[in-house]
Ligand binder design. Structure first.
Ligand code: MG
Length: 441
């Protein structure tokens, strides 16, 4: 039986619930609902006008309802009287197929037919900047190789500790926090889970980091490339496939410790990588991070080609350890649900077709890519990524042509808006449009 949110509210002294959903552009939308109304909302959902969000709807469409998933409940640690809930969107008695959480659940159900579950962990990088968004908050954070800088990390101790304490309280199993490769950049890691839990937590993590940073008088940004000369915000994802307690990607006899199924899954991701970029690098600004010029620190830490390797961070796919692989393509603007959904869709295709990913490349791809002219390149801008998505029968089949078209339509509108005001050049400075539209992604 589903958990009774009204009862839980009494036990936990929750006065209000945020019934939330993420639209196709990754924007988190909510209604704040008093506990007196939660029983009704749990049954019938909170009403929204879909057209007012980034979903492919019109002002004439009927009400859209966000039905909360009680299993996603998070009692907000810094505002305990509020409970946060991830919701699924419904309209006219049917799920809204072109909505991110519904799209992920559809892919999860494809794996469930084989009794398998995708487990994943995400590494969310972010910058701490001033509230105007013009510069890094910590003016002392200037060294050219700032990664793991202890002093710069400890100058943000109160903020980082508060976020980490929240994750401990919520039972996420956080285990490390560090200063990353760019000035002002940080990363916090928590345990991997089934991919729906990871996606819900990913959504909440971004909200939590932004909210707590604001409380401390700072601004947090997950924008893929907020500063031209610094390393961008990646969202590397670690992936494994499970049947009950058995990790189907583990093969101790293999030189990298991964199974044939894992290689096929990797083959599927490599084959669909150009189209997946539309989900994993969905903003105009994303393409400043991919195949970018070298940064002040000496590396971009983001992929420049569609390649895979062993424990080597210069490739799009790395196998850091037995039983899992890391996909390094995603950035901080990627929709948490479409990250997981895209991985499953491409991975299933690889497993079904038993796709051979070829031999892993054990070279420094940042310096040696010239020696591999036949390797496929990643899209150089969002327009090309959208074209690859429209051309991908694998993703069209997995998500349904109509749903992919909804995503493409909204993204093409966005590009049109950008082009009417500015033009994109990787070599040119970051535009005002990118800042206004991506700093709070
Ligand atoms: Mg990192």
């Amino acid at each position: 039986m589903a958990k009774d949110l009204s009862k839980i509210a009494k036990q936990k002294r929750i006065k209000y619930f945020l019934i939330s959903f993420v639209d196709l552009f990754g924007v988190l939308r909510s209604k704040l609902v008093p506990t007196r109304a939660i029983s009704e909302m749990q049954k019938n959902g909170a009403g929204f006008a879909g057209f007012a969000t980034w979903l492919d709807m019109t002002p004439a469409d009927s009400d859209m309802f966000a039905i909360p998933d009680p299993n996603s409940l998070i009692q907000i640690p810094w505002k305990k009287e509020v409970g946060w809930l991830a919701a699924d969107l419904w309209m006219n008695g049917r799920p809204v197929d072109a909505s991110p959480r519904v799209m992920l659940k559809k892919q999860i159900s494809r794996l469930e037919k084989d009794n398998t579950v995708l487990k994943s962990g995400v590494e969310c990088e972010y910058f701490l900047i001033n509230s105007e968004g013009t510069a890094i908050f910590d003016t002392k954070d200037v060294q050219s190789k700032p990664c793991y800088d202890q002093s710069a990390l400890m100058r943000q101790y109160e903020l980082i500790k508060e976020i980490c304490d929240c994750m401990i309280l919520l039972g996420w199993g956080p285990y490390q926090n560090d200063h990353e490769d760019a000035n002002g950049q940080f990363e916090m890691n928590w345990d991997f889970s089934d991919c729906l839990t990871t996606a819900d937590r990913h959504v909440f993590f971004k909200f939590m980091v932004k909210s707590i940073a604001e409380k401390h008088g700072l601004r947090a940004t997950f924008m893929p490339k907020p500063f031209e000369n610094l390393t961008g915000n990646g969202c590397h994802t670690h992936i494994s496939l499970w049947d009950g307690n058995k990790n189907l990607f583990l093969d101790k006899g293999d030189k990298f410790g991964i199974s044939r199924k894992a290689y096929n899954f990797i083959g599927g991701i490599l084959n669909s990588a150009e189209a997946l970029s539309a989900f994993f690098n969905p903003s105009i600004n994303s393409y400043r991070r991919i195949d970018a010029p070298i940064t002040n620190s000496g590396a971009t830490w983001s992929p420049n080609r569609i390649s895979f390797s062993g424990n080597n961070r210069t490739h799009m796919i790395r196998v850091p350890d037995a039983g899992r692989f890391e996909l390094r393509l995603m950035d901080g603007s990627a929709n948490p649900y479409l990250i997981q959904a895209g991985i499953i869709a491409a991975g299933i295709d690889g497993m079904q077709k038993k796709t051979d990913p070829g031999q892993p490349l054990l070279v420094n791809m940042y310096t040696d890519h010239h020696n591999y002219p036949n390797l496929k390149k990643l899209p150089t801008d969002l327009e090309k990524a959208l074209y690859c998505l429209s051309d991908s029968s694998v993703l069209q089949d997995a998500f349904g042509e109509k749903n992919i078209n909804s995503f493409l339509k909204l993204k093409e509108q966005e590009i049109k808006d950008f082009n009417s005001k500015d033009s994109f050049s990787k070599k040119g400075p970051i535009t005002e449009w990118e800042k206004i539209n991506t700093l709070d992604c």
